[in-house]
Design a protein around this ligand. Sequence first.
Ligand code: GLN
Length: 372
Amino acid sequence: MPTLHARSALAAESIFSVMSRLAVQHGAVNLGQGFPAGAPPDFLLDALRAGAGVTDQYTAPAGLPALREALAADLGVRSEQVSVTCGATEALHALADALYGPGDEVLMFEPVFDVYRPQAQLSGARPVPVPMTLTRDGWSPDLDALERLVTPRTRALLVNNPHNPTGHVFTPQELARLVDVARTHDLWIVADEVYDELYFAGPPTPLRTLAPERTFTVGSAGKRLEATGWRVGWVVSPVGVSPGVSGLHQWATFCAPAPLQAAVAAALPVARARDFYGELRAAYGARMRLLASGLRALGLEVQVPGGTYFLTALAPGVDARRLVEEGGVAVIPGDAFYAQGAAPEGLVRLAFCKPQEEILRALERLEAYLGA
Ligand code: GLN
């Protein structure tokens, strides 16, 4: 038999799929994988129905013109800069293909969203973790470490803002320093801003506004419009660089699903006009506070997020893989976001994009489990 390529070692099931599978298997409340429990908004589903039978053939790899234009208007960029992809995950994959390869190093903040490391490795590059430190005041990126970790092989800096899993929103000062490092060492910046509309204090500053010449922005209709299974994402490239991204995306999937692109194009301006994102922030902010205060009442140390729909907490002695089975609550174990052995003791991530009753049920179950 021929052997599999060594890359197949990266085919392990993602922690998000693992925990969702275990949640179903054990009838657990799922505060693990970050997807909203409810249906997408009516204006998105209505747009899909209205377009049925109209937009069913391939679009250009760069995307349906109407969607590129809607995104350009929403984001304040030119439509030629926009490449539509099959979700943010594929957008990040196309960027990994476009920007780095064997021998290159890619800086990424740790705890790190699980997709970044294997994607860098698939393109032959080496992921280099930059620590985020955890103190009583919460999470903060170690920007001195960032400077120290740059080498002549560093090609790119991958920044997730607001940051998953910590919920940290990088301050304008932190972003200015990142840009300074990127300019000094001539690095690309990949800004994963899929939670750009999900913030609870001030809005995050888009990195492309600070370093337009070198920043690729990744976004997601699934995150913005509560439809994570639709797989419609995008890259905003610096002016003049986008054909590379769309050209690589065409070899993977050719184009994102046309009817879904059309529906997202119609829904984006409606979401703005109705302040849909403001409503989401209000609803999720309330659930975040409910979950945070409930966990604190159970004696856990909680880090209040500035954005995303996740929060982290320290639950020393709690093993997330046993909790789902024995306590009936699925969370994401912190170690999934770290290189082997580097996670703070007891770190867990909980998603609060779930109905209030589920959050309350999870808190009751946690109380019973921790008190047992
Ligand atoms: N972004 C989501 C999370 O962090 C899940 C992503 C995925 O499962 N592909 O939970």
